[in-house]
Design a protein around this ligand. Structure first.
Ligand code: TXA
Ligand code: MG
Length: 336
């Protein structure tokens, strides 16, 4: 398999000439994977329906799953929402650039392919210096899902994109490892009450400081007439190829099982636990933001280590861990 063009761009001082090359690829209808502060995105010109369709082909993603439109400025976001509410403006001013996607009514000039036929659109202004500089140089709205095959782990490094999508992408911008490590919080402003459809680094408490009330989609009573489930909420998502199991007591797993190598994802501080010879171990900090930052890279490593399964030590059941739990539960849901 031939490889896509990989363009290294310094996150501390993005090289504008390189970003202009990438911006040209986008303008001409090509696919460019680029770093955001959360995960790498697979970008296409949002106003070019053929380019957008290629995203679905390359990811093998169902065409009804809406894409997030990435913008370099609030003013650009305003153009693609109709109406852009006072609430949206307040949230964007406070949290953008940053890991928050706002679901708002869409402007009808946005191609229907982008939103999977929905009358709403997800908008987000990422804070990664490379992603942001690219969006500003391209001066386009950029439709971008995470740059991984459908239902697989999201990429937090350029090499994850190359491994997962390879030559199917025209260009990969390598801006180093992403900081947040899990996908943005998705907040819908199209429900009776602002509703979190996907938990992320921006938690309910942060949002509640700017809103009268905030609901969780998973607490809501589903209404099949009006509520269409978000694909990020489907049970299996963000999953490695290797079977994943969550375990509160890792010692018990060793006692019950002695077939094949296990890939362990442990919390720092569980040092008394002794994996067996041949097992592979990754450790992550026992603080949720730092854990999230390393989660996908650790799972990518374990997934490539030829283990028969991955066992993840359960983190604390605490509100601050909600976004991490959401990803772990999906990764460990069997079947595809
Ligand atoms: O951090 C992120 O959000 C990354 C980076 C690349 O920006 N993007 C990302 O995109 O995670 P994707 O396509 O993997 O996930 C987008 C999520 C899905 O759960 C999708 O259903 C939801 O956002 N979404 C997008 N537009 C929506 C809409 N109009 N209504 C409801 N949910 C929507
Ligand atoms: Mg995704």
């Amino acid at each position: 398999m031939s490889k896509p063009t990989v363009l290294r761009v310094d996150p501390d001082a993005p090289e504008i000439d390189r970003l202009d090359r990438a911006a040209d690829v986008l303008t001409e209808g090509g696919l460019v994977a680029f770093p955001t502060e959360t995960v790498y995105g697979l970008g296409a010109h949002a106003l070019d329906p053929e380019a957008v369709e290629r995203i679905f082909e390359v990811k093998d993603r169902p065409e009804t799953h809406p894409l997030i439109v990435h913008v370099g400025d609030i003013e650009v976001a305003m153009q693609w929402s109709d109406p852009w509410s006072e609430e949206a403006q307040r949230l964007a001013e406070h949290f953008w650039p940053g890991p928050l996607t706002l679901i708002v009514p869409r402007n009808s000039r946005l191609p229907a392919e982008v939103t999977g036929g929905l009358e709403t659109v997800g908008l987000r202004m990422p804070s990664h210096p490379v992603g942001m500089a690219l969006l500003r140089r391209a001066d386009l709205p950029v439709a971008a899902p995470s740059a991984n095959p459908h239902q697989h782990l999201s990429p937090t490094r350029a090499e994850h994109v190359v491994h997962g999508l390879g030559e199917r992408v025209d260009m990969v911008i390598d801006g180093g490892a992403t900081d947040v490590g899990i996908e943005s919080t998705v907040l819908s402003l199209c429900e009776d009450v602002p509703t979190i459809l996907r938990p992320g680094a921006i938690g309910r408490d942060h949002l509640a400081s700017l809103l009268d009330s905030v609901a969780w989609a998973d607490d809501a009573v589903p209404d099949p007439e009006t509520r269409r489930p978000s694909p990020g909420m489907s049970a299996r998502h963000y999953a490695p190829e290797t079977r994943v199991r969550l375990a509160a007591e890792v010692e018990d797993v060793v006692e019950l099982d002695d077939s094949g190598a296990i890939g362990w994802l442990l919390l720092d501080g569980s040092s008394e636990f002794e994996p067996r010879a041949g097992d592979v171990v990754e450790r992550l900090p026992s603080e949720p933001a730092s854990y999230a930052a390393g989660l996908y890279a650790a799972l990518h490593n374990l997934d490539r280590a030829s283990c028969t399964r991955i066992v993840v030590q359960s983190p604390p059941r605490h509100e601050g861990w909600r976004a991490v739990w959401n990803r772990l539960e999906r990764a460990s849901t069997p079947g595809r």
